[in-house]
Design a protein around this ligand. Structure first.
Ligand code: ADP
Ligand code: MG
Length: 321
């Protein structure tokens, strides 16, 4: 049977880019950039909660790191280093090799060094800690939104949640968009270039992991404001074609998680800058509502006919009854 140390050496030790000393010592030495603040975040992926036990390990490796890159993107920062804590029921080398392939594909795509971690026996579980950098004072935070500002979302949200509904057997998606939705679920693309470009433009930002309304709600709470979301403005191109259950599509758009798109706010004067940015990045950026001078966290939906309602569901909550 392969030893813990062989497993680490074979699959997790790679040349590094911005690291003095990486995997293999008691701790890592990272070369920090003068004038930058460090940005740190950690995320756990637990079998049965965040992924299905028979999910393909290469995609799990990608996703384990990609969700952390997304947090760094939402701060307008640049990811540089990651640590991986891994619990495995048995040291199955084919599984670890495939997981590492996916993880390093993501690390290479975003210029990240894996600098350490921990490997132990236990119920299947991955925990990634990511460290990034942002010029001092430049981070995008959740607490910067102001009344009358626009609310924007990147990309084409709702697909990952539709993909999950398909994977769980709750719906059968049409051929047209099925692969697209499953890829959105399994290989999320963190919006790193967007996050960095929004420094100085956006007043607040968050990445959508638990649901558009749920995560927008965090901005509203932290900023002490309310919001109105225009349901008709949500980018739904192609979604209706791959799923004829209009109720499910609406729920996936408003409260579906796992898309890792960015929701951000900006003053109306920045609309042209943001449209330009969308063209430069080749990424749709859609204005979906506005911040309201209301008690912290107040959220209303505006339907196509102008009527206002309180959303029945905002997103996913691990501790909801
Ligand atoms: P220690 O006993 O000093 O904590 P370990 O034996 O746990 O060190 O780990 C040896 C080295 O391998 C350390 O540099 C650690 O950061 C690294 N490491 C352990 N597991 C992983 C992993 N899954 N991914 C990346 N690095 C790892
Ligand atoms: Mg040690």
């Amino acid at each position: 049977m392969v030893s813990e140390f062989d497993l680490i050496k074979r699959h997790f030790q790679r040349p590094t880019r911005h690291t003095e000393l990486g995997v293999g010592d008691d701790a890592a030495l990272m070369r920090a950039t003068p004038g930058c603040e460090l940005v740190v975040s950690t995320d756990m992926l637990v079998a049965g909660t965040h992924f299905l036990p028979d999910d393909e390990p290469e995609s799990l490796g990608w996703k384990a790191l990609a969700v952390s890159v997304s947090d760094i993107a939402a701060m307008g920062a640049v990811p540089k280093w990651a640590l991986l804590a891994l619990a495995l029921p048995q040291p199955r080398e084919t599984f670890v090799a495939a997981f590492a392939r996916g993880l390093f594909a993501c690390a290479d795509a975003f210029g990240i060094d894996l600098v350490g971690g921990d490997t132990t026996r236990g119920p299947l579980n991955f925990c990634v800690t990511i460290v990034g950098e942002v010029p001092q004072g430049g981070a995008l935070r959740r607490d910067g939104a102001w009344p009358d500002e626009d609310i924007w979302i990147s990309g084409r949200p709702g697909r990952a949640a539709l993909g999950l509904a398909q994977a769980r057997g709750l719906t059968v998606l049409g051929e047209a968009g099925r692969a697209d939705c499953l890829t959105a679920l399994r290989r999320p693309q963190p919006r790193l270039a967007l996050g960095m470009a929004l420094r100085g433009i956006a007043s607040s930002a968050i990445d959508v992991s638990d649901g558009l309304l749920a995560d927008l709600g965090h901005i509203l709470e932290r900023s002490g404001v309310g919001a109105i979301v225009d349901v008709a403005a949500l980018p739904r191109d192609g979604l209706d074609r791959c799923c004829d259950d209009a109720e499910l599509v609406r729920d996936c758009l408003l409260a579906g998680g796992d898309d890792y798109e960015l929701v951000f706010t900006a003053a109306a004067e920045r609309r042209d800058d943001i449209d330009l940015l969308a063209r430069r990045l080749g990424l749709p950026l859609t204005r979906i509502g506005s911040i309201a001078d209301e008690p912290a966290g107040t959220l209303h939906l505006r339907e196509a006919d102008g009527s206002l309602s309180v959303p029945a569901r905002r997103g996913y909550d691990h501790f909801a009854p």
